[in-house]
Design a protein around this ligand. Structure first.
Ligand code: NAD
Length: 249
C-alpha cells in the first residue's frame, strides 16, 4: 500500500514538464490520474482529456469527463500555465488578459468545476503550481509575476474558504526548472548556453530545478499523510527564496 492507492487525481497541463512528472509520480504511487491538457496525448496508465483551461465550456466538460472516468476526485493539481516576458510596457492589453485568463482564471475555473467532487472525498487536496516569481522581483517578468502573485494569494484565500469542506489547498513555488518550456526560452535566446548558465547561477545551488523535484513537492502536499498542511507555499528553488550566499569569486 502507498499513500495514493485508490485515490483519484486530475493534473492540468499534465502532458509536459512539471505536470507530466507529477502525473507519472502520482500514478506510480497508486493514483488513477486524468491529465487535462490542450494536448492530451499521454502514455497509459495516464488518462488524457482534452481541455483548454481558458474556456468555461471546455473545463466543465473535461472535469465532468475525468471525474466520471476516475469514479470521483481526491486530488486536483492546477498546473497548466503559460509564460510572458518583458517589462510593464512589453505586453498589450490583450496579452495581459490572455495570460491572466490561463494562469489565474484557469485555476479558478477548474477548481470551481471540481469542487463538488472534491467535497465528496475524505482526503481532498488542491495543489497549485505557483512560482518564485510570486515573491521575488525577477527581471522582465512583470505580467507573469503578476499572474503568479495572484496564484499565491488565491491559494491562501481558497485554503481558508474550504477548511470546513475538509479540502486542503497549497501551492509549490518552483525556481527555474528544466522543462520543455525553459528549453523553448533558451532556444530563442541569442546565446542559449550563456542564458542557461545565468539562470543556473541565479539559484544558490548553481543549477536548475528538475521537474521530478517539483513533482515530489506537489505529491508531498497532495498526500493524505500531509493532512495538517493547508495554506502553505513550498519553495522548490535551489535556495533562491531564502538564501543569500556570498557570490563566488
Ligand atoms: P510546459 O510548457 O512544459 O508544460 C505546460 C503544459 O500546460 C503543456 O502540456 C501545455 O499544453 C499545457 N497548457 C498550456 N496552456 C494550457 C491551456 N490553456 N489549457 C490546458 N493546458 C494548457 O511548462 P512547465 O515548465 O512544466 O510549467 C508548468 C507550470 O509550472 C506552469 O504553471 C508554470 O508557470 C510553472 N512554473 C514553471 C517554472 C519553470 O521554470 N519551468 C518555474 C516556476 C513555475
Amino acid at each position: 500500500m502507498t499513500d495514493f492507492d485508490d485515490l483519484r487525481a486530475i493534473v492540468t497541463g499534465g502532458a509536459s514538464g512539471i505536470g507530466l512528472a507529477t502525473a507519472d509520480l502520482l500514478a506510480s504511487r497508486g493514483a488513477r490520474v486524468a491529465v487535462l491538457d490542450l494536448n492530451p496525448d499521454v502514455p497509459a496508465p495516464l488518462h488524457g482529456v482534452r481541455c483548454d483551461v481558458s474556456d468555461d465550456d471546455s473545463v466543465t466538460a473535461a472535469v465532468a469527463s475525468a471525474v466520471s472516468s476516475l469514479g470521483g476526485l481526491d486530488v486536483l493539481v492546477n498546473n497548466a500555465g503559460i509564460g510572458a516576458q518583458g517589462d510593464v510596457t512589453a505586453n498589450s492589453s490583450d496579452e495581459w488578459h490572455r495570460v491572466l485568463d490561463v494562469n489565474v482564471v484557469g485555476m479558478a475555473r477548474v477548481t470551481s468545476a471540481a469542487l463538488p467532487a472534491l467535497r465528496d472525498s475524505l482526503v481532498a487536496s488542491v495543489v497549485n503550481t505557483c512560482s518564485i516569481a510570486a515573491t521575488q522581483g525577477l527581471p522582465n517578468r512583470v505580467l507573469y509575476s503578476a499572474s503568479k502573485g495572484a496564484v499565491l494569494s488565491f491559494t491562501l484565500a481558497m485554503a481558508t474558504d474550504h477548511l470546513d469542506d475538509g479540502i486542503r489547498v497549497n501551492c509549490v513555488c518552483p525556481g527555474t526548472a528544466d522543462t520543455p518550456w525553459v528549453g523553448r526560452l533558451l532556444a530563442a535566446a541569442a546565446d542559449p548556453a550563456a542564458e542557461r548558465a545565468a539562470l543556473a547561477a541565479r539559484q544558490p545551488m548553481g543549477r536548475l530545478v528538475t521537474a521530478a523535484e517539483v513533482a515530489q513537492a506537489i505529491a508531498y502536499l497532495a498526500s493524505p499523510l500531509s493532512s495538517s498542511t493547508t495554506g502553505t507555499a513550498l519553495p522548490v528553488d535551489g535556495g533562491m527564496y531564502g538564501l543569500r550566499p556570498r557570490p563566488k569569486a
